[in-house]
Write a protein that binds this ligand. Structure first.
Ligand SMILES: [Zn+2]
Length: 323
């Protein structure tokens, strides 16, 4: 599996009841796709909370979705599972609209205050995020009352060293961010820069297995209930990546280029090569884990894989996104 290719043309609320399992009362999930992470809205009377806000280019759509669901109520709180651009790209727009109290993982606090786009990964990945501010921090083990339910904050390093998940034991519900999807998990970014991430991801999967999780709301893709099977798939995938770190590196390159194509819809080959040069994480991986492969050769390799997977197509020197 290279990646799943669902995109966010038609965001939709997951059904409150149905094959994907019943959501706790007062909760709605806006399933957005891959450029924008899913958004979870929790409403309990005047208490209104949004978890994750999508990518910058979808920010107006995010505000509109939330506004329509809130039916005149203001958004009181905004929470981010982690600060990748596809999870917090709507923060600034939501802050302009409602000034929600904004909670972010504690590990990102300084980077947000300084708006350090290297630490926040927007520079190195060649992605965009509008500057926002934070009001409160999320710590491992913290208890939160959201949408009439008690939630625990659980640290989820691996994909992102500072990421957290939210777990509601009563409802058996886990908001997993990019730590667990129905089919896998997000790129293990720390390993790309020679830092540990596989072991952390393994521990996160093991931690989830100890919880009474009956419903997972992932950062991307549909809500799911086959938790044991998802954990098994994720463990298999992790073992596969871990056996040869070059696999994680190549997968990351495919994910980052696909993300760029999702954002731009189409790009000239020259523009993509220039963007690759500017994205320092891609350069780090290209010159490091990928043994100094030339930029054009890397682009050809990634495009071939995306085309094979039906995630892109080529028209002479034009690279086109394909959903
Ligand atoms: Zn992420």
């Amino acid at each position: 599996m290279i990646m799943q290719t669902r995109t966010s043309g038609n965001p939709q609320a997951a059904p409150a009841n149905g094959a994907s399992g019943a959501l706790p009362r007062g909760m709605r999930v806006f399933e957005r796709g891959w450029l924008s992470a899913n958004n979870v809205l929790l409403v309990d009377g005047d208490d209104t909370v949004l978890i994750d806000s999508g990518y910058l280019s979808h920010a107006a759509q995010t505000v509109a979705l939330v506004e329509s669901a809130l039916q005149g109520r203001p958004l009181r709180r905004l929470i981010n599972t982690h600060l990748h651009s596809d999870h917090c790209g709507g923060n600034a727009a939501l802050q302009r609209r409602w000034q929600p109290q904004t909670w972010i993982p504690a590990g990102d606090a300084d980077a947000v205050v300084r708006w350090d786009t290297d630490a926040l990964t927007y520079g190195p990945t060649g992605q965009q995020c509008e500057r926002f501010t934070s009001d409160a921090l999320l710590h491992d083990g913290q208890a939160l009352r959201l949408g009439g339910l008690d939630w625990q904050v659980i640290a989820a390093p691996g994909h992102d060293p500072h990421a957290v998940m939210l777990y509601a034991p009563e409802a058996g519900t886990l908001i997993s961010g990019d730590a667990l999807w129905q089919n896998g998990f997000g790129v293990i970014f720390p390993e790309l820069e020679g830092e540990s991430g596989f072991a952390e991801q393994q521990a996160v999967l093991e931690r989830i297995a100890t919880l009474d999780v009956r419903l997972v709301i992932p950062g991307h893709g549909a809500v799911f209930t086959d938790v044991a099977e998802a954990l098994e798939r994720a463990a298999g995938r992790l073992a596969y990546l871990r056996a040869d770190p070059k696999r994680n590196a190549l997968h990351a390159m495919r994910v980052l280029l696909k993300f760029k194509l999702l954002e731009q819809r189409q790009m000239r080959r020259d523009a993509m090569l220039a963007w690759m040069e500017s994205a320092t994480l891609i350069e780090t991986v290209r010159t490091g884990a990928l043994g100094g492969i030339s930029r054009p050769a890397l682009l050809d390799d990634v495009m071939a894989a995306l085309v094979r997977a039906g995630a892109a197509r080529l028209e002479q020197d034009l690279l086109l996104n394909q959903d």
